[in-house]
Design a protein around this ligand. Structure first.
Ligand SMILES: Cc1ncc(C[n+]2csc(CCOP(=O)(O)OP(=O)(O)O)c2C)c(N)n1
Ligand SMILES: [Mg+2]
Length: 590
């Protein structure tokens, strides 16, 4: 039998209280609130829980920022942050962060307040089709029923939240979950600020309603046993390469070290693969593989990819050229952009009991990498004038603290770090929005990553982003004055426009007349003024020594922005071209 209605408590009020309580029981430690009225029961209950020290609350008026902030927190902690919005286009602004969470398997709970069903589809104010609006990108999507404040309501709200958190943190395929919550008036009541009445309480001992104890997938097996799944006669070949893309599995890094070391295979890691510091990690893998002749002569017998690969064309060509391909990816949408995987595993394999051996294989890669390093030094060492993005990347990688986080924006910065500075990032937790590679949401995500990681004791964070990525998400700097700030230095490589396009095909002279108009797009935005308007500390660095000095002094001092004036985009593309040519020549002479 249902408990009788508690007449004194409005159903929406009860639902707000219970949903926030259950989120906290399920381990949610951060709630990001947008502003608005329909979400009032959730917002007030969250504020009261914050007051009691049960949860951290972050308030952002721009819901796109709120979504990416929650994404960053989930990325850093593995625990979904709940982002709560009011109805209407407030909800639609969550789409970019939900897409990124979907693509990069980051847990995220989007809780959108809605009008009750009778007010939908009839032109009611601030009412749109919210239910299922993100369905293509969510792991689970539920449009809740209208609240009834009895014990059945309690059971329904709690079990729904418990399931949403379990689905968002699924061991194979974590990701975004959307809960649409119709809330009828009255939307406020004093009970929102008081303890829960008995009939609305959760399980004893602050336990979740339903605990998720499904099997954890992904046991490591030795590589020879993995290959035997394909062909019982298969041997582990001598000439292998390990390519590491974006992933969030810290255990994978040790396992990669172990297998690479035991087999003597080179490791080429994208920055957020965090494996460049392996014993056989290459410092300039993408540049070495840029040489067609080298790639042709060193096509691997087996390539082992880990996570989401695809930052460099040259590496994708290397993967395509391999005789066989084992992909490691815990996600159900495993990454195989070359469509070449023979086998997919959920975990990096252990060293095999037996493997063929050929010391000349590693020697050839090591030699090519050292020659590439010398060529890079020669070209960058003779570059004069304003710093290139490549040099800025090297300074940032050099200073990034080993106990901190380095967030890399999409576009040139992540590639520059990967080609020029990866080896110096041993131990640094490097992250980026590699799921969809958007230049939106970078500052918000970095902020969320800093909050999440520093909440668990990590050191100061740095974000390195391009100028477009910075102004695109400058609203991330609009934060209530009374809210704490993480230690985050945002380094902006300012080349006034989209620098990456200068080194793509459209940068060729034949497209020069339209290039600046549709690709470069210089806007001449005064980034110092823009950032200062939000009240953050801004510095401008015009050379590498001043960047180094300012960055070192800024670390650990809350939010700081350093705008670095880099050389013009065409010059940077020219220097990159010179480096490629120099590496090619050096590697050919090997
Ligand atoms: C949301 C979004 N819009 C457009 C793009 C396409 N895009 C990729 S890089 C880029 C230019 C980025 O410029 P900036 O951040 O200044 O970096 P730079 O290329 O100069 O290093 C654009 C527009 C994208 N990735 N994401
Ligand atoms: Mg730029």
């Amino acid at each position: 039998m249902d408990e009788p209605m508690d007449d004194s408590m409005a159903p929406s009020v009860a639902q707000g209280l219970v949903m926030i309580d259950e989120l906290i029981r399920c381990g949610v430690s951060d709630i990001v609130l947008g502003a608005g009225s329909r979400s009032a029961p959730l917002a007030l209950a969250a504020a009261a829980a914050e007051e009691r020290g049960e949860v951290r609350v972050h308030v952002r008026v721009d819901e796109r920022v709120a979504g990416f902030l929650a994404l960053g927190i989930g990325k850093a902690t593995g625990v979904p942050a709940a982002v709560i919005t009011t109805s209407g286009t407030a909800t639609s602004n969550l789409l970019p962060a939900i897409v990124e969470a979907h693509e990069s398997n980051v847990p995220l709970l989007a809780v959108t307040a809605d009008r009750p069903p009778r007010l939908r589809g009839v032109g009611a104010n601030q009412t749109i089709e919210q239910a299922g609006a993100f369905a293509r990108y969510t792991r689970m999507d539920t449009d809740m029923g209208t609240a009834e404040a009895d014990s059945e309501g309690n059971r329904y709200w709690r079990s729904t939240i418990a399931r949403c958190v379990a689905v968002a943190t699924d061991s194979i395929s974590p990701g975004p979950v959307h809960v649409n919550v119709p809330l009828d008036t009255p939307l406020v009541g004093e009970q929102l600020l008081q303890p829960l009445p008995p009939h609305l309480r959760g399980r004893n001992d602050e336990k979740p309603w339903t605990a998720d104890a499904r099997l954890v997938a992904g046991m490591s097996i030795p590589l020879d046993e993995a290959l035997a799944l394909l062909d019982e006669q298969a041997d582990v070949p001598a000439r292998g390469v390990i390519v590491v893309g974006d992933h969030d599995d810290d255990d994978a890094i040790d396992l990669i070290d172990e297998i690479a070391d035991s087999l003597g295979w080179p490791v080429i890691s994208e920055p957020s693969g965090r494996a460049s510091a392996a014993e056989t990690g290459l410092a300039h893998g993408p540049l070495v593989c840029d040489d067609d002749a080298f790639r042709a002569a060193h096509a691997p017998e087996l390539v082992l990819t880990v996570g989401r690969v695809g930052l460099y064309r040259s590496i994708l060509q290397l993967i395509s050229a391999a005789a066989s391909h084992v992909a490691v990816d815990t996600s159900s949408q495993w990454s195989d952009p070359t469509r070449s995987a023979d086998l997919v595993l959920a975990s990096v394999p252990l060293p095999p009991a037996k493997a063929a051996s050929d010391p000349s294989w590693w020697e050839a890669w090591e030699r090519a990498d050292l020659l590439a390093a010398a060529a890079v030094e020669t070209v960058l060492g003779s570059a004069t004038g304003a710093p290139t993005g490549m040099q800025v990347a090297r300074v940032v990688a050099d200073i990034a603290p080993a106990d901190g986080q380095l967030f890399l924006g999409a576009s040139s910065v992540v590639r520059h770090i990967g080609s020029f500075a990866g080896r110096s990032l041993a131990g640094v937790s490097v992250v980026g929005n590699r799921g969809a590679s958007g230049i939106d949401g970078c500052v918000s995500t970095a902020w969320g990553v800093a909050i999440g990681a520093q909440g668990a004791g990590a050191g100061p964070a740095i974000a390195l982003v391009g100028d477009e990525a910075f102004w695109y998400d400058s609203n991330a700097l609009a934060v209530p004055e009374n809210e704490g700030r993480p230690d985050l230095v945002i380094v902006v490589a300012d080349n006034d426009g989209g620098g990456i396009f200068s080194s793509l095909e459209q940068g060729a002279p034949e497209y020069a007349t339209a290039f600046e108009r549709v690709f470069g797009i210089p806007l001449g935005i005064g980034l110092d003024t823009l950032a200062s308007a939000f009240g953050v500390q801004v510095h401008r660095a015009t050379d590498l020594p001043s960047l180094r000095e300012t960055l070192e002094a800024s670390l650990g001092n809350g939010i700081q922005v350093i705008v670095v004036s880099t050389c013009d985009r065409a010059s940077e593309a020219r220097v990159l071209g010179e480096i490629r040519d120099a590496v090619r020549q050096a590697v050919a002479s090997a």
